[in-house]
Design a protein around this ligand. Structure first.
Ligand code: SF4
Length: 337
């Protein structure tokens, strides 16, 4: 696009970042530690920066390096993740640490193919580690970078198609400095920060933008273009509140997303009556209406069910909606009679 001015573009953006970039706990001096990049990037995938800060700091105190994470029991890992959601991310981090210890002598691999081969690592995370920790000219194209990369050249086709995402990736790749030039990590971080602070989704602050002279966006707030969203689907989830001798019955989930987490058992009895607690939570393009009904103490427990004393409940990993429902139930003294 603006090959002549590409160095000026990169320098302007990087200078702006050095003066305006946020101080974040995972933004240490270059080169950044790959484990710290890996943990922070995985946490940031579905979660806001403000929420991640506390989680990241607690995680790094608990699992300060790859060896500590690899050696931790899964229950501890899930518990440290509790509240961030999408628990497969925590399980994959744990499994990746174990692979690094087993196959790379505990040293984070530098090559893209080796990073990509770690459990749960996709194109975004591998590029983020490669560029932020090893200064490789590989753009980690996620929302903030994608938005800037669609607006600068005024790309007005959908970006959430194979062709659209290939185009955006190619555009962003063209802006990278050569490997021997160095500085790709900071440039990509600056691009991402521009999307977070200035080139924001609804009201981009173009008058304060360090690269406005290079920008061709018309009506930037309309970009990037997305395909029409699927309609939200309403789902009902009925669970049971069963308490016996001061212990609550829970069951462990086995599905791909929430495997290992505990939840209130499914309510299978007909004629449910009035729920003791209700709440609604989003799940991909679904809206789930969770209702908890009084249940009957079973004669035999299923293999995935277990009784927990009230004092144990805080220490076990649970999915966030079930934790919220449990808190509601526990705050009602009449339910203990
Ligand atoms: Fe984004 Fe506006 Fe800067 Fe263009 S000028 S990159 S639309 S903030």
């Amino acid at each position: 696009m603006f090959a002549r001015d590409i160095r000026e573009f990169r320098a302007g953006l990087t200078d702006w970042f050095l003066d305006n970039g946020r101080v974040l706990p995972w933004r240490t001096d270059a080169p950044r530690d790959p484990y710290s990049v890996f943990v922070s990037e995985v946490m940031l995938q579905q979660t806001q920066v403000a929420t991640v800060i506390d989680y990241y700091q607690r995680w790094m105190e608990r699992f300060p390096d790859i060896a500590a994470l690899a050696a931790a029991p899964e229950n501890d890992v899930l518990h440290a993740w509790q509240g961030l959601g999408y628990y497969s991310r925590a399980r994959n981090l744990h499994a990746a640490a174990q692979v690094i210890v087993r196959e790379h002598n505990g040293v984070f691999p530098r090559e893209m193919e080796q990073i990509r081969a770690l459990p749960g690592v996709g194109p975004y995370t591998s590029a983020a580690v490669a560029t932020f920790a090893f200064d490789k000219p590989l753009p980690p194209v996620i929302a903030n970078i994608l938005r800037v990369s669609a607006r600068l050249p005024n790309y007005r086709k959908p970006t959430d198609t194979a062709a659209g995402s290939q185009h955006i990736h190619a555009v962003t790749l063209q802006w990278q400095p050569a490997l021997e030039e160095g500085g790709a990590g900071m440039f990509n971080e600056a691009l991402m920060e521009l999307g977070a602070l200035v080139c924001t989704p609804r009201a981009p602050r173009c008058s304060a933008c360090p690269v406005r002279l290079f920008c061709q966006a018309e009506s930037p707030e309309e970009l990037p273009v997305k395909r029409p969203r699927p309609k939200t689907v309403e789902l009902e989830e009925n669970c049971a509140w069963i308490i016996h001798d001061g212990r609550v019955l829970l069951e462990q989930q086995t599905g791909k997303r929430a495997r290992g987490l505990w939840k209130l058992p499914l309510h299978l009895e007909p004629g449910a009556g009035i729920p003791l607690a209700t709440l609604t939570y989003p799940f991909t393009h679904h809206r789930v209406h969770l209702s908890v009904f009084p249940g009957t103490t079973p004669l035999f427990l299923a293999a995935d069910q277990q009784w927990f004393a009230l004092g144990e409940l805080d220490a076990i990993p649970m999915s966030a909606p079930h934790r919220r429902a449990l808190k509601k139930l526990l705050s009602s003294p009449s339910l203990f009679q």
